[in-house]
Design a protein around this ligand. Structure first.
Ligand SMILES: Cc1cc2nc3c(=O)[nH]c(=O)nc-3n(C[C@H](O)[C@H](O)[C@H](O)COP(=O)(O)O)c2cc1C
Length: 188
């Protein structure tokens, strides 16, 4: 059950024009709040964006699939975003903010998939532009931007022993993953 959900939780970059409700985005944060955090400090904060106009304004500031020459068109662009923030006054170090964000962002990706949506974690986006657009105060650091929608593409995992560069062929996005034999250094 959990294995199937993890396998199906891929990075999706092409979406159908099916909207997601504000309350569905809130449902996602309701479960994300159960994520672990360093010292239980809970420095993460979220901006939920489902407004079509705002999504259209964010899209030009996003960067996709840096390893290949492919970008989603506006027609297949995300219908929502979750922006992850660090509330600075909590005092969590950058290192642990990144750790907390990793845990919570994967939980968000799993929850999205369970709701038959899909997402893509975006580390590459124009942070100053998005900060200004969403009027985020200096009390917060901007973290990962999660793009959201109903997947409109097939993503397939393939085994590899060396080359981890993902690629697209006949509109299928292939993601090579190292085999467990290559990952386990020792099993004593
Ligand atoms: C920290 C982090 C930042 C990422 N930033 C981007 C990004 O800016 N743009 C993008 O298209 N994908 C981004 N990705 C998605 C990765 O490219 C993706 O996880 C990888 O290709 C493996 O595919 P999979 O998630 O389906 O296993 C990011 C993933 C992580 C974990």
């Amino acid at each position: 059950m959990i294995d199937k959900l993890i396998k199906e939780t891929r990075s999706f970059r092409s979406f159908k024009k099916v909207r997601i409700e504000k309350k569905e985005l809130e449902e996602i944060i309701e479960i994300a709040r159960y994520s672990g955090s360093a010292r239980n400090g809970q420095c993460l904060r979220y901006v939920l964006i489902s407004n079509e106009e705002v999504c259209d304004q964010i899209f030009p500031h996003t960067k996709w699939a840096g390893s290949i020459n492919w970008n989603p068109t506006k027609d297949e662009s995300p219908v929502a975003y979750i922006l992850m923030l660090n509330e600075k006054k909590v005092g969590t170090s950058d290192n642990f903010f990144n750790f907390d964000m990793g845990i919570a962002s994967q939980n968000i990706m799993l929850k999205l998939r369970d709701m038959k949506f899909g997402g893509c974690l975006l580390g590459s986006y124009n942070k100053p532009a998005v900060k200004e657009l969403l009027e985020i105060s200096d009390d917060y650091d901007l973290g990962i931007l999660i793009a959201i929608g109903k997947p409109n593409e097939t993503v397939e995992i393939i085994d590899t022993s060396s080359d981890t560069k993902y690629f697209r062929s006949n509109n299928i996005h292939y993601v090579p993953k190292l085999k467990k034999e290559d990952l386990i250094i020792k099993n004593i």
